[in-house]
Design a protein around this ligand. Structure first.
Ligand code: SAM
Length: 215
């Protein structure tokens, strides 16, 4: 087995296992998550207005589609992609919008799909898991492919918890490194915000950034 096949098997096993027991993050109902989704949508609307629709959109690590469903009315079409089969099965049941499609895929093995061209790519609370299981080079190459697959003038929404939780995957300097990686591959920062809220008794901070690929 190659290193890539091992990482792929590890990702599928780990996230299938998590989602088989239900949503580990309570993404559908927790007030913190719902408020964070609103903050993400506000950023998407910030300089376009709620009436401006995005073209084809991709959500990487969509889980059971809680945010994907919120994107549906703002985008011409949405592809939600997740490595966890139980998450994708739930997403399909919970989504009725005809312009949303879900795929059970490991984004690290989905190079042709990434080519887009996408008008919007969303990657929320997911890149920390890629950095956990894959070498830095592979994560950096993914960032490059996302940039190349975003049409000129298109957007990338990146959101990551980065404070208030004891988790080595979410150390603020790591999260800032992912943020800077997207700048280094060529995205321009349009808006950087810090979302604050309470979850499970902890005061949590999440960095939410809207990037643009230069025209
Ligand atoms: C914390 S959840 C975030 C869900 C969603 N983005 C949101 O903010 O509501 C992270 C998701 O990333 C998915 N994921 C992790 N590694 C992945 C990979 N290599 N390819 C695709 N999805 C992945 C997990 O299965 C999980 O559903």
């Amino acid at each position: 087995m190659t290193d890539h096949e091992k990482a792929d098997a590890q990702a599928r096993d780990f996230f299938d296992g998590l989602w088989r027991k239900g949503d580990p993050w309570d993404l559908e109902a927790h007030p913190f998550e719902l408020a964070k989704y609103e903050a993400q949508l506000a950023l998407l609307d910030a300089d376009r207005g709620p009436d401006r629709r995005y073209g084809p959109a991709l959500e990487i690590g969509c889980g059971a589609g809680a945010f994907t469903r919120r994107l549906a009315s703002r985008c011409e079409s949405v592809v939600g992609l997740d490595v966890a089969e139980p998450a994708i099965a739930l997403a399909k049941v919970r989504t009725s919008s005809p312009n949303v499609e879900y795929l059970r895929e490991n984004v690290m093995q989905w190079r042709e799909g990434l080519a887009g061209p996408w008008d919007l790519v969303v990657c929320a609370e997911t890149i920390c898991y890629l950095g956990w299981l894959y070498p830095f080079f592979d994560v950096a190459w993914l960032a490059h492919c996302i940039h190349e697959g975003t049409r000129p003038g298109g957007r990338l929404l990146l959101a990551n918890t980065c404070g208030g939780v004891e988790d080595y995957l979410l150390l603020p300097w790591l999260i800032r490194t992912y943020h800077d990686l997207f700048r280094n591959v060529g995205f321009v920062v349009l808006h950087d915000t810090v979302f604050r809220g309470e979850k499970n008794g902890a005061e949590i901070e999440a960095m939410i950034t809207l990037f643009e690929r230069s025209a």
